[in-house]
Write a protein that binds this ligand. Structure first.
Ligand code: HEM
Length: 377
């Protein structure tokens, strides 16, 4: 596929992805149109000013102090399947145990979906990809041997974990979700982050992701050690070691990697640069089709070693992405997903459910998972 053959279109809600069309938002379209005057047939945009401020320990302690003060002032905390009771009556009094129902989670979902729609002046026109990355990074710290890490805890709120190099840039996603937490204080951060990941995937035209609540927030002492998330500069043995530690096999590693149809690398975060696909705000099997269909060459630049597509030089692949086509056991799944987007959607959904539940001591059963409605449904 030559980049010149592609046309830019406005992303319309719930439009079925087409193979030859760039699916970007109007905002991005406008930016890209401007850029096209400079870069012929290029979909590349300037870097986002990521602006990740180092998570402040002081800020977190202040937050803790404020919560403790709130406790003293009359709030009380009840463990309720991971939900803290903070529902108050109109006059401000606490009204017993609040047991959230599916409708309450749907309300939180709707709130996130509304913000995703409204706040379109970010990166490629959506916070969706960085929200997915937040949900993945809070879950992907899981270690099955010690049963530590995982989505239970939301310990990335604290400086040691929030400052890990792999988490650079995720403050943008955490900050995006702050007003949702303020409006629905009963939901734990760890439920909120994974629910936001579900919402972002579904709202970006991805598959339904069944989800259940039950995560509790943990304190700073539960932060996971650095080095549990994958390093894009490495290769297949590293991927197997990192994802094997979480309990994923080769097929699941490939399915999970399909998330790289979304978003982009930022030089001020990971050091790498550029998007993996021409439609970075739509979930699709494009990542696999591009991995196989484009010619990938080393990018000539002063940054870390990465690949670019020889045709348009606007897309990128990390060394870990290319490992999926170098390794025959991985490659057979890349080929399968490239041919069959239905198989990818099904297996991507299953593996995301597993990812977001790593390390969570649920009281509920798997049948209690809920499928939340997308905003257009
Ligand atoms: C296979 C190993 C993986 C490696 C080495 C890796 C590495 C990276 C890197 C270096 C970035 C760029 C960060 C930046 O500069 O902003 C990134 C972004 C991203 N990753 Fe991964 N990742 C991996 C797996 C995953 C998985 C399993 C998911 C989700 C299921 C995921 C979802 C994303 C998304 C959505 C972005 C875009 C974020 C944005 O646009 O801000 N990645 N990843």
């Amino acid at each position: 596929m030559a980049a010149t053959a592609r046309t830019f279109t406005r992303l319309t809600a719930r439009t079925a992805p087409t193979n030859s069309t760039l699916r970007l938002t109007a905002t991005h379209h406008a930016r890209l149109s401007l850029q096209r005057q400079t870069f012929q047939s290029s979909s590349r945009r300037g870097y986002a000013s990521g602006n990740e401020a180092t998570a402040s320990r002081v800020g977190y302690y202040v937050t803790f102090a404020a919560l403790a003060a709130a406790g003293g002032a009359g709030y009380f905390y009840l463990s309720n399947g991971g939900v803290t009771d903070m529902k108050k009556g109109s006059s401000g009094e606490t009204r017993g145990v609040f047991t959230p129902k599916k409708e309450d989670y749907q309300q939180v979902y709707n709130e996130i979906a509304k913000l995703l729609e409204e706040k379109d002046d970010y990166d490629d026109g959506s916070y969706g990809p960085v929200i997915v990355r937040l949900a993945w990074h809070c879950s992907g710290t899981y270690d099955k041997q010690t049963n530590t890490g995982g989505s239970n805890g939301a310990t990335m709120r604290f400086a040691p974990e929030g400052d890990h190099g792999a988490n650079a840039g995720l403050k943008a996603a955490r900050d995006f979700l702050k007003p949702v937490k303020e409006k629905h204080p009963w939901i734990t951060y760890s439920d909120l982050w994974t629910l936001a990941g579900v919402c972002a995937i579904q709202e970006m035209q991805g598959p339904s992701i069944p989800w259940r609540p039950g995560r509790t927030d943990r304190d700073v002492s539960m932060c996971t050690p650095d080095g549990r998330l994958p390093d894009g500069a490495k290769e297949q043995s590293h991927l197997r070691a990192i994802f094997g530690r979480m309990g994923f096999d080769d097929r699941e590693i490939v399915a999970l990697s399909g998330a790289h149809a979304l978003g982009r690398c930022h030089t001020d975060r990971s050091g790498f640069d550029g998007p993996w696909s021409f439609s970075p705000t739509v979930v699709s099997n494009d990542y696999f089709r591009l991995l196989l269909g484009e010619k990938w060459v080393w990018k000539k630049w002063n940054g870390p070693k990465q690949y670019e597509d020889a045709g348009s030089k606007t897309l990128m692949m990390l060394p870990t992405d290319m490992a999926l086509v170098k390794d025959t056991s991985f490659k057979k799944h890349v080929e399968r997903y490239a041919k069959d987007d239905g198989a990818f959607f099904k297996e991507f959904s299953d593996v995301i459910v597993k990812l977001f539940e790593l390390g969570v001591p649920f009281q509920s059963k798997e049948e209690d998972r809920m499928t939340l409605k997308t905003s257009g449904a």
